[in-house]
Design a protein around this ligand. Structure first.
Ligand SMILES: C[S@@+](CC[C@H](N)C(=O)[O-])C[C@H]1O[C@@H](n2cnc3c(N)ncnc32)[C@H](O)[C@@H]1O
Length: 318
């Protein structure tokens, strides 16, 4: 089965940092039309035996809905469906613009397959930059690390960052109960909590967190309506909305971080190219020492902020 990574499916790109990396350009608007499209496309039904060639009717329906990688999507949908009726329902959802990952129930991130449910934020390829940075911080630590993935969604960042790293104590937390349920399926070694930012965490983590990983919502409220339908209609507002200037959650994360980070601990927070200096300022105003990493070729920008005393040379502590 082909992978569900963004690379094989990237149909169109946007300058907006939280825009879907693969999306339908021309989704069918009305559910009854989508169902009809799906029924006609599947009149012949899928082959009873596994066949590496995608069903032509399925491909045609996906292509007419604007899916650039219709063949790959057809194979993925066929593999995910248990029977022709379920396949027709999945196709109907997909042609109305629901993200493929939510339709088939899984997403690939950093080579890891993660459960995902309708409405939950689909991990983006650019967020792999944050994971790479976290892994480089982890190897510098000379003791088992305490890692927190705040605003975890599916748990993608935390799971990928600590994969194959021995002895890590991983905690992931989110405010959305559906995301928390996904994260509980994905975080097999670690703890998942539900609640508003740091309120979700067990108190004994105060002052013990070595690496705080955060991809919080950072789209300014007024810009959400400019996002593609896949994000705007199929990911919860709470996963996208960063408040009036997009920095509402970043500010709260920064203000709380010194209390939870160990001395010399690291906060890694994804942000956008346009917001990076302001995200870094939030961290500095909270008493951390921040630097901006990126943007890289995918447009990924991460603010790295370190707790602890600034040495007299003004250099960072780590
Ligand atoms: C942009 S999504 C990122 C999800 C995940 N970190 C990822 O990169 O795939 C932001 C997540 O933050 C969560 N969230 C928003 N506000 C929150 C809050 N006050 N406390 C905890 N989680 C929050 C949302 O439910 C959503 O899952």
């Amino acid at each position: 089965m082909p992978s569900l990574g963004a690379s094989c499916c990237a149909a169109s790109w946007s300058a907006d940092p939280l825009v879907q990396e693969r999306r339908i350009d021309n989704p069918v608007d009305r559910p009854e039309v989508a169902a009809e499209v799906a029924a006609v496309a599947l009149e012949v039904g899928p082959d009873p035996a596994p066949d590496p060639a995608p069903d032509p009717g399925l491909v045609a329906a996906l292509r007419s809905a604007g899916c650039v990688f219709a063949e790959e999507e057809a194979l993925l949908l066929s593999a995910a469906a248990d029977d022709p009726d379920q396949l027709a329902r999945m196709l109907a959802r997909r042609v109305t613009g629901e993200p493929l990952e939510q339709v088939v129930g899984w997403a690939e991130f950093c080579g890891i397959r993660l459960d995902i449910a309708p409405g939950v934020f689909v991990p983006r390829r650019r967020t792999e930059r944050l994971v790479e940075t976290a892994r480089s911080v982890l190897v510098e630590l000379e003791r088992p690390a305490v890692v927190v993935d705040l605003c975890c969604g599916t748990g993608a960042i935390g799971v990928a960052a600590v994969e194959d790293v021995p002895g890590v104590e991983l905690h992931a937390a989110d405010i959305d109960p559906v995301a928390v349920a996904c994260a509980r399926r994905n975080v097999t070694i670690g703890h998942v909590h539900r609640g508003d930012l740091y309120d979700a965490l067990p108190g004994d983590l105060r002052g013990r967190v070595d690496i705080l990983l955060v991809n919080a919502p950072y789209v300014p409220t007024a810009e959400i309506e400019l996002m593609p339908r896949e994000a705007r209609l199929h990911e919860r507002q709470v996963a996208l909305d960063g408040g009036a200037d997009g920095l509402g959650v970043h500010r709260r994360v920064a203000v709380g971080a010194p209390e939870w980070l160990a001395e010399g601990g690291t906060l890694l927070m994804e942000t956008s190219r346009h917001q990076a200096s302001r995200t870094a300022t939030c961290c500095n105003e909270a008493g951390l020492h921040a630097q901006v990493l990126g943007p890289d070729e995918q447009g990924a920008v991460v603010v790295r902020a370190i707790s602890g005393q600034r040495p007299s040379s003004g250099r960072m502590t780590r």
